[in-house]
Design a binder for this molecule. Structure first.
Ligand code: C2E
Ligand code: MG
Ligand code: MG
Ligand code: MG
Length: 283
């Protein structure tokens, strides 16, 4: 059928398609060398207790400063890394680096690490976690792995097994961006997640007074509580959003209002800040 349309129609679209493919190819080739060139750094964003605003954890967020492309956002290169499976070695670096940093923080502060399906379904993933903990000396309960619902769509049985192994080590597992995937509650019955992270889109929408979003957050919090899981509201930017999230009963809050992703050095600096020491708070 496509053939019948003839060359002209096809050719009209070719230049932009070609440019797109070419850009992707260049980005991919740069990504292939990024690890050996030391182009990745981790940023850390604080997550605070909704009640007293003390820092309970930091989420590790990878940053890529490419020699050729400058700063490339994770929204752009993570999907590419997943498609090419480069996420496996990159993710392993992230895991090791996150543990290496976290071991220097106060003992009651945990680190959260995002893990893609490609990594989790790789047969060596659990071993990578064991090694990262052993190398750094970080206590397993101080590491929380963040996964999204999409991992259960691909190979739910394997995902369950791997996550059970991670939980058996004593690590937490958080369900990220909750509510944005093809939510099936089946896996909440099988796995004891440490935390459900309510996606920023619900927080934003609830803050505009959207009754449905407010009802959904309330229901997620109630469900999490009765399953003995904690909740984190993602992406709180304003005092109004923070206030609302508190009223809706989320246990933890993450967002620009309390802190943007920052360098490892700035994260460490936070603990030496007299304000933190006094109140155990960054608010
Ligand atoms: P995520 O895991 O949901 O991380 C939260 C994202 O929301 C981060 O974006 C963070 O900077 C952003 N954010 C936090 N608070 C606010 C806020 O108040 N307002 C707004 N507008 N945004 C906020 P970032 O760092 O660009 O990362 C995007 C996504 O890339 C992450 O979403 C995660 O899915 C993925 N990612 C980041 N680092 C890694 C990694 O090391 N491995 C893997 N597999 N994925 C990663
Ligand atoms: Mg995350
Ligand atoms: Mg998230
Ligand atoms: Mg999100």
């Amino acid at each position: 059928r496509a053939k019948d349309l003839g060359g002209n129609v096809h050719h009209r679209y070719e230049p932009s398609l070609h440019a797109h493919a070419e850009e992707r190819r260049k980005l991919e080739s740069a990504l292939r060398h990024a690890l050996e060139r030391d182009e990745f750094v981790l940023n850390f964003q604080p997550v605070v207790d909704a009640t007293d605003e003390s820092v309970v954890s930091f989420e590790a967020l990878v940053r890529w400063h490419s020699r050729e492309h400058g700063f490339v956002s994770p929204a752009k290169f993570i999907p590419l890394a997943e498609d090419t499976r480069l996420i496996v070695p990159i993710g392993e670096w992230v895991l090791r680096e996150a543990c290496r940093q976290a071991v220097n923080w106060p003992e009651d502060v945990r680190v959260a690490v995002n893990v893609s399906g490609e990594q989790l379904l790789d047969s060596n993933f659990a071993t990578s976690v064991v090694n990262a903990l052993a190398e750094s000396g970080l206590a397993p309960h101080r590491l929380e792995i963040e996964v999204t619902e999409s991992i259960f769509l691909r190979d739910g049985t394997t995902a369950n097994h791997v996550l059970e192994r991670i939980m058996a080590l004593g690590c937490g597992v958080a369900l990220d961006d909750f509510g944005t995937g093809y939510s099936s509650l089946g896996y909440l019955r099988k796995l004891r997640f440490s935390t459900i992270k309510v996606d920023r889109s619900f927080v934003q929408s609830a803050a505009t007074g959207n009754a449905e979003s407010i009802a959904i957050i309330r229901a997620v919090v109630a469900m999490a509580e009765s399953l003995d899981m904690s909740t984190t509201a993602e992406g709180a930017e304003t005092e109004h959003e923070v206030q609302l999230i508190r009223e809706l009963g989320c246990r933890k809050i993450q967002g620009y209002f309390f802190g943007r992703p920052m360098s490892a050095e700035d994260a460490r600096g936070l603990f030496h800040n007299p304000h933190y020491l006094e109140r155990q708070s960054v608010a």
